[in-house]
Design a protein around this ligand. Structure first.
Ligand SMILES: *[C@@H]1O[C@H](CO)[C@@H](O)[C@H](O)[C@H]1NC(C)=O
Ligand SMILES: *[C@@H]1O[C@H](CO)[C@@H](O)[C@H](O)[C@H]1NC(C)=O
Ligand SMILES: *[C@@H]1O[C@H](CO)[C@@H](O)[C@H](O)[C@H]1NC(C)=O
Length: 240
């Protein structure tokens, strides 16, 4: 448990860590990061009932990943170990769970290999403990749960929102916040939210918006209703 201490001590306290200490040596090839949070209430819709579940302790938006925008897999010889993130595991299980069959640790390992190893050029993310710790801090600082609560946006099977309702509720997260939807039976359903960050971890990033990575999701259309589904007993089909 003490292995990471000393070599990779995370500075506690939001302002200290989020302060502009990222990439002071200017060695990162990327300029922007995407912080992606997903909505478990609809995430399982793209899976069959046995493949996806919302763990009992999960009660809000969860982390999908913290992704430098650039080539992935920057150091294939640097793999994640349990010791790297020992003291963070409870929080990670809560806020960065796996909703599919594979274990949470497998999910974190994949995210670390593909994205985390490309973030290590920045002092704020120079090792696994810092990277995962920062993601947890960002989730609490850039809280979609809090933003939606403040705007009175509640999950519902029956009531939809306009794009503008949702986008303006998220105004503190920057103008280029990306809403991603899944389409089913003529409804567009909110699935994921991507927040662009600059290398210094400030909100927004001024390079042109990159294409959304190919997935089941597309940018939500701003001319049609958007549904924000609740957590239900049947996460693969929450609102039959
Ligand atoms: C890649 O990871 C290994 C193992 O952690 C490390 O020793 C090496 O310095 C890393 N290389 C780069 C370019 O970061
Ligand atoms: C940046 O430079 C400082 C001082 O030379 C060094 O201590 C630090 O390890 C460097 N950070 C990275 C991520 O290369
Ligand atoms: C949603 O609409 C259906 C069908 O009109 C109704 O049976 C159900 O009670 C409604 N649910 C809520 C939470 O209002």
């Amino acid at each position: 448990m003490a292995l990471y201490a000393g070599i990779c001590l995370t500075v506690l306290g939001l302002t200290a860590t989020i302060a502009a200490q990222a990439d002071m040596n200017n060695s990162c090839k990327w300029k922007c990061l995407t912080f992606a949070q997903l909505w478990p209430g609809s995430f399982c819709m793209t899976f069959s009932s046995k493949q996806c579940n919302i763990p009992k302790h999960v009660d809000g938006w969860t982390i999908h990943g913290l992704w430098p925008r650039g080539k992935p897999f920057c150091n294939k010889s640097w793999s994640l170990t349990q010791e790297d993130i020992g003291d963070l595991q409870d929080d990670l299980l809560h806020y960065w769970p796996s909703l599919v069959k594979s274990s949470a640790f497998t999910f974190w390992t994949k995210e670390w290999s593909k994205h985390g190893t490309c973030a290590t050029c920045a002092d704020s993310m120079s090792c696994p403990h810092k990277y995962f710790s920062l993601a947890l801090q960002l989730r609490s600082k850039l809280s979609i749960d809090a933003a939606f609560n403040a705007a009175g946006i509640k999950p519902s099977c029956n009531n939809s929102y306009t794009y503008e309702d949702l986008h303006s509720a998220l105004s503190d997260l920057g103008t280029h916040v990306g809403l991603q939807c899944y389409y089913q039976e003529g409804r567009q359903i909110l699935m994921q939210i991507k927040i662009p960050l600059s290398k210094d971890l400030s909100i927004g990033c001024n390079t042109p918006n990159e294409h959304f990575s190919r997935s089941f999701y597309e940018p939500c259309k701003n001319n049609a209703a958007i549904y924000f589904y609740p957590f239900t007993q049947h996460p693969h089909n929450p609102c039959p």
